[in-house]
Design a protein around this ligand. Structure first.
Ligand SMILES: *Cc1c(COP(=O)(O)O)cnc(C)c1O
Length: 468
């Protein structure tokens, strides 16, 4: 028995994996990873995989990065953790100062949670609570875009719209307003991204005009709807949204959990629209992909609405046990140092251009409807019929064939349904990008070559997060 096999058997006897139908592992091998280095992961049999998705979009500077490792080690020797209520520590203070300085102007306070979904909950609760404290208790509802994803906890699911994750739990969720997404994949032929995104804003304007008296906040994933299939839109939508939220007295929550820290080509996606949201949520790459942590930044206006004598009960009495963990803060500080010292945003421009060139030919593939890109995120949408963008039935799991081919070739590509995407760590080389483009291209050929027969049950999800 191989080493992989032995670990897999021990694993499958006791673990329940995330976002997985465990029965799949009767056929699909589980890959136990022994070590990581740079863009590479290595399994227990010594096979290497190029991590093209940054381990679920968190890793930006490679695995076992010496600079991040050193910072965490040093922190470990002085303080591993202390509660953040009534106490504080150097890394959390330094990190908060630097996040306030780096994020769009006007964001002056940082509240921490320990994962992205919890960060979303914090922003939703703070917005709701702000309006109560301000004597506007009728503002209780949230507006979200179709095809959004904001995490897995109850309220985060409520503002999400990826059917696979939320449909089952519908009876448990908050009632939200869903507005059609500015997603440019769906634009009519010949219409630019900008014109389409601008035109789609009419739906948002309409909802805000009609219901602003009962709306606390609008929540969006700026520029890229990640788990919904790496769908993209133009920054003009965010500019219009900021202006309308101001006009109607509604908060704007920017979920930059996936897109923050350079993914869209700027450090934060909101910069491309020149806007400051009322809440900005960061996680994933915040710690370089090392440790779970989320930061929720907000304005002085929001902060002041909670600042009063204790007996007024206006305080935000929300806590996560590991709030502001010093080791996670140390990882984040080292990550910010690398962004600064290596001029990463500047260097990524060349890498992003290279990625675009390496994948451009895929647009001519008979089963590819679109190759789209925003900065260091590139997505390739496979379809059954290119002429009218007819999607493959989700039950056919075309992406799974790409996933399996990539593993055999030594790459970790984990499509979202029929959307193959590259979200590589920024330490990737042009040659490694070429390798990924080649593997993706071969995988797409294999996945789209022949008819797949499946027993199709009625209904079902439109897109999904697992290697469909
Ligand atoms: C990953 C993600 C989340 C949820 O973060 P977790 O840490 O997985 O809870 C929320 N929003 C977006 C846009 C994400 O990509």
């Amino acid at each position: 028995m191989s080493h992989n096999q032995a670990w897999m058997e021990r694993d499958l006897a006791v673990l329940w994996h995330p976002c997985t139908q465990m029965k799949d592992h009767e056929q699909l091998p589980l890959i136990p990873i022994r070590s990581g280095s740079g863009v590479w992961l290595e399994d227990f049999d010594g096979k290497r995989y190029l991590d093209a998705v940054g381990s679920w979009w968190v890793n930006v500077f490679g695995h076992a990065n010496p600079r991040i490792n050193a910072r965490i080690r040093a922190q470990l020797d002085s303080l591993e953790h202390v509660m953040l209520a009534g106490f504080s520590h150097q890394p959390v203070i330094e990190l908060s100062e630097r996040l306030v300085a780096l994020t769009p102007p006007g964001l002056s306070r940082v509240f921490y949670a320990d994962n992205g979904s919890s960060g979303i909950e914090v922003a939703l609760k703070m917005s709701f609570h702000y309006w109560r404290n301000a004597g506007r208790g009728g503002k209780q509802r949230f507006v979200t875009l179709t095809n959004s994803y904001h995490g897995e906890t109850m309220a985060a699911m409520s503002v999400g719209d990826v059917a696979l994750f939320t449909d089952t739990y519908k009876p448990l969720l908050l009632d939200t307003f869903k507005v059609p997404s500015p997603d440019c994949y769906l634009r009519p032929e010949g219409v630019s991204w900008e014109d389409h995104s601008r035109a789609m804003f009419a739906h948002m304007e309409h909802t805000l005009a009609e219901h602003h008296g009962e709306i606390a906040a609008v929540i969006v994933e700026p520029l890229i709807q990640g788990a919904g299939g790496m769908r993209m839109y133009h920054p003009v939508y965010l500019t219009l949204l900021r202006e309308a939220c101001d006009r109607y007295g509604v908060h704007l929550i920017a979920d930059e959990i996936a897109v923050g820290f350079g993914r869209t080509g700027t450090l934060f996606a909101c910069e491309q629209a020149g806007i400051t949201p009322d809440f900005l949520i960061l996680s994933k790459a915040l710690t370089g992909g090392y440790l779970p942590m989320a930061a929720v930044l907000t304005t002085d206006d929001v902060y002041q609405a909670f600042y009063d004598d204790y007996a007024t009960l206006k305080a935000f009495l929300h806590s996560h046990t590991y709030t502001g963990n010093p080791l996670a803060c140390a990882a984040a500080l080292a990550t910010l140092d690398i962004f600064r010292d290596d001029a990463v945003i500047e260097r990524n421009k060349g890498l992003a251009e290279h990625m675009g060139r390496a994948c451009a030919h895929l647009a001519d593939h008979p089963h590819v409807a679109e190759v789209r890109q925003t900065g260091m995120a590139l997505a390739i949408e496979m379809v059954a019929d290119k002429a009218d963008k007819t999607p493959y039935p989700w039950q056919e799991r075309r992406g799974l064939a790409v996933y399996q081919h990539a593993l055999a070739r030594g790459a970790l590509l984990r499509p979202l349904g029929s959307v193959v995407y590259l979200l590589p760590p920024y330490v990737i080389s042009p040659e490694q990008i070429d390798f990924l483009a080649e593997v993706a291209s071969e995988g797409i050929d294999i996945a789209t070559r022949e008819a797949v027969s499946v027993s199709v049950a009625a209904g079902g999800p439109a897109t999904f997060h697992d290697p469909g």
